[in-house]
Design a protein around this ligand. Sequence first.
Ligand code: TXA
Ligand code: MG
Length: 315
Amino acid sequence: MKNIYSNIYSFNKKILKKTIKSMKQGNIASLPTETVYGLAGNAYSNKAVNKIFKLKKRPKKNPLIVHYYNYSDAKKDVMFNKNFVKLYEKFCPGPVTFILKKKRNSKIVSCVTANLKTIAIRFPSHKIMRSILKKIKFPLAMPSANLSTGLSPVSALDVYQEFKEKLKIIINGGKSKIGIESTVVDLTEKPKILRPGIISPKQIKSILKINFSKKKSLIKSPGMQKKHYSPGIPIVIGKKPSKVDEAFITFGKKYKKSSNFFNLSKKADLKEAAANLYQVMRKIKNKGYKKIFVSNIPNIGPGIAINDRLKRASK
Ligand code: TXA
Ligand code: MG
């Protein structure tokens, strides 16, 4: 069934077929995941991958994550190690991405990995993603479905707002439950977190029974260095606004109701706050506010990922 937007589709067998056929031809589609919505294309096809970079206006030096159905699919392209196996068994499918060495005979086209010898892989848990990945014979290169440096989308309408009719297929899979991008863990040498996410450093440490490397890796996730996750208006952290045309993002129940106040979680639940973060920032931007202030968010568990995104968005 079609929605009022001609390129947003509910999921069913017919759209599954249509999407797979389109991706086989080297086209891209926006698909829902449990973290954020992605722009998916055949990772073995230069045509498809180039389309992704072009549409997102993403710099070619920023590599993409490759998404697989399971372990045995990924084995064709990637060299596994013990740490990977431990984390895979605990967290996959789920919101975590692993940086590993790419196999020499891998068919992944070199622009996916920005010519690096390493590759980022993920096994998403969203039902729709899993039913698509199960049916295709190629993995999916899939960055978040937003214009480069902007806010990641957590609904089909958010994706539509980013790309309008430039996409032929956007599959509506409901609001992304986690709402922020996957945790990225570099496992090529001593494990290191490159991008915090809902799976926290503490959880990963407890599985690997190690401490993280303090050494700076040569190639960091490019998203770590630049302005990123930005709603396109200034963000000030740890202060209250002084005018009504400025929005205030709050957390917990100590703040009174006000039309320019937006609470991430009244019950002070950091998971819920993470799930609401991008949606709230997008809403504030769409309402025409000129500036965002944010109250302090506890820097523990999911709070680490929230503060990471806020800090980059405020750059
Ligand atoms: O939750 C997610 O991971 C979402 C959904 C759609 O799966 N995807 C996502 O992709 O956030 P993207 O492209 O927006 O972010 C991928 C991050 C970037 O910061 C990129 O630099 C990093 O992963 N990355 C990819 N390959 C890498 C590599 N070989 N080494 C280091 N970082 C890498
Ligand atoms: Mg992104």
